[in-house]
Design a protein around this ligand. Structure first.
Ligand code: MLT
Length: 327
């Protein structure tokens, strides 16, 4: 029996070695980062910053490809179905944890159809309004919303997006029904908000800070636990201190590969992501927008997955209580 066991062990070691050797030259062609929202939004921004910073550690071209629609679920499904060879990855955010509670027929299984490659950043959201909105602080905005009950429209990037989740919590906390206006991403939504076609939007600081600094939108509060240090946001209250007790939301982004991607490739990718996130240029580009790069254990694939699972439980309850579903 001992000989048979040794033979099986030797065969297994041989197979692992052969598999690793087969992938030793990975990546031999450009790596694609799929962003499940329109170009120009916060998800696109972190993906392009990451792609830039990954080129050196991977010694390969890294490109961003936007596959927008249905609150990020179309892009996520594309990667879940992609060949598990390390050449098609997903950069996605908190929507990975909210979509399961919102979509009865989600075209992928969040915890089973992906390999987790690490959490990469965390961004507070801001509550912003069109330039001509008849309110200049959160207290006035609250009065304006209740005086216009049923007529207020708030933009988002589709059911399951971060802006949608933030709008859901705002609507529930204010107990005031609003009309949700979905876009393929918050970049096109921002254009309409600045043009006055929509009244409000909850947008990650990544995309909101430049427009707030340019005074192209009004800002009423931030969803972070503490006030933000950025000069353009230092005067903006947290929504919790403005009266929405417990309203705290941080939008995180992570990187994913299709289930079944070889472990040698996953290790190569996780190592390259860790190196990329130490790039001072990338860190600076995120920090000036109020966004924090992840440096803790959630960069570990197992910890990343555990975190997403915990977020699914946390947001699942809030979404269920809101009664909102996508289908
Ligand atoms: C985007 O990149 O458009 C946003 O992350 C979408 C959202 O989740 O609100």
């Amino acid at each position: 029996m001992g000989i048979l066991k040794n033979k099986v062990a030797a065969a297994a070691i041989g197979l692992i070695a052969a598999t690793s050797a087969a992938w030793a030259d990975y990546p031999e062609k450009p790596v694609v980062l799929v962003v499940p929202f329109a170009a120009g939004g916060p998800s696109d921004k972190i993906a392009r910053d990451l792609a830039e910073a990954l080129r050196k550690p991977l010694a390969q071209t890294v490109i961003v490809d936007n596959t927008a629609g249905a609150g990020g679920t179309i892009g996520a499904a594309r990667v879940a179905r992609a060949t598990p060879d390390g050449y098609t990855l997903l950069v996605h955010h908190i929507g990975m944890s909210t979509a399961p509670a919102l979509y009865k027929k989600l075209p992928y299984k969040t915890l089973e159809d992906f390999e987790y490659l690490g959490l990469i950043n965390e961004a507070p959201s801001t509550l912003i309004g069109k330039p001509g909105l008849a309110a200049n602080n959160f207290a006035d905005l609250r009065k304006w919303i209740s005086a216009n009950e049923g007529k207020v429209n708030i933009a988002n990037a589709g059911v399951g997006s971060a802006s949608h989740l933030c709008g859901l919590i705002l609507q529930a906390t204010l107990s005031s029904k609003m009309t949700f206006v979905p876009y393929k991403g918050t970049a096109p939504a921002m254009t309409d908000l600045m043009g006055g076609q929509v009244d409000l939007m909850c947008e990650q600081a990544t995309n909101a800070v430049p427009q707030i600094e340019a005074k192209k939108v009004k800002v009423f509060g931030v969803t972070s636990k503490q006030r933000m240090a950025l000069p353009s946001l230092a005067q903006s209250p947290t929504l919790a201190e403005a009266g929405l007790a417990g309203f705290e939301m941080s939008v995180w982004h992570g990187v994913y590969a299709p289930k079944g991607t070889p472990s040698a490739v996953l290790a190569r990718l996780n190592g390259a992501i860790r190196t990329a996130l130490k790039d001072p240029e990338l860190i600076k580009r995120q920090e000036v927008l109020g966004v924090r790069v992840v440096t803790d254990s959630r960069l570990e694939p197992a910890e990343h997955k555990k975190y997403v699972e915990a977020e699914m439980t946390r947001w699942g309850k809030i979404i269920k209580d809101s009664g909102e579903t996508a289908d």
